[in-house]
Design a protein around this ligand. Structure first.
Ligand SMILES: Cc1cc2nc3c(=O)[nH]c(=O)nc-3n(C[C@H](O)[C@H](O)[C@H](O)COP(=O)(O)O)c2cc1C
Length: 222
């Protein structure tokens, strides 16, 4: 059995990275120049998936709402495709998601980044975000919430709540994708963007194509 290696810690101050590291009470650095980082801020490292808009409520009942969401994670590829989202009771969308049991996850293009941030900084209880931000509410095929229409939207994923067993504890909803829509040719002209946790974002850049090395996972390639 391999022996456990001991990390040797020093107290020198590196910081060659352009990523701003929050202040920490201990500034320990190990021999690989990894700087100590507070556990309370690791979401800034782990979060980056595409920032999402979440459409909830019902189009026919005119209760539909929009919010911004950065905390999410794929849980299962297919049969069925499952996605985790963390959506809490501080959002008006929480009760809408709870009552209809469905929503639409929309992926925005970076061209509408400012609207995406503003949508996450106001409440549907006070403002009709569809009108204010100029998004068309398009009837979905399988859920009550509308698809998010407009040139700045890359894709819409219709979802139903699959498991709410961890909502009370973690505000974590397991969603099942039941229908998805993407804008044709989006890969050539649109860019997803990713929340770094503090109002800064990373924008999709160069594509590194290493598909030929994915010898064990051919089934995930077209
Ligand atoms: C960049 C960004 C990311 C956010 N991520 C989340 C998230 O993952 N989960 C969440 O519950 N709220 C998140 N929010 C906050 C909601 O979008 C915000 O509370 C919004 O005002 C809720 O709208 P509503 O009250 O109309 O539902 C985020 C906001 C921003 C700006």
């Amino acid at each position: 059995m391999p022996r456990k290696r001991k990390a040797s810690l020093s107290t020198s101050e590196p910081s060659t990275s352009s990523h701003k590291v929050p202040n920490t009470t201990t500034t320990t650095t190990n021999s690989n120049s990894f700087k100590s980082y507070p556990a309370s801020k690791i979401y800034r490292l782990v979060e980056p998936g595409p920032i999402l808009l979440v459409s909830t409520g019902s189009l026919t009942q005119k209760t539909h709402n929009l919010m911004t969401l950065g905390f999410h994670m794929m849980l299962q590829h297919d049969t069925p495709a499952l996605i985790n989202i963390c959506l809490g009771p501080w959002d008006a969308s929480f009760n809408l998601l709870s009552s209809t049991g469905s929503c639409v996850l929309a992926i925005p293009d970076v061209s509408i980044a400012e609207s995406v941030v503003d949508i996450g900084n106001c409440s549907g209880d006070e403002v009709d975000k569809w009108t204010k931000f100029g998004f068309e509410a398009i009837p979905a095929a399988k859920v009550e919430a509308p698809l998010v229409g407009g040139e700045g939207i890359i894709a819409n994923i219709e979802c139903v709540v699959h498991d709410r067993g961890m909502v009370d504890k973690y505000n974590l909803w397991v969603l099942r994708a039941v229908r998805a829509w993407v804008r044709e040719g989006f890969g050539e002209r649109m860019k997803m963007f990713h929340h770094r946790g503090d109002g800064r974002f990373t924008v999709d850049g160069e594509v590194l194509d290493l598909r030929s090395r994915m010898v064990k996972w051919r089934e995930f390639q077209d």
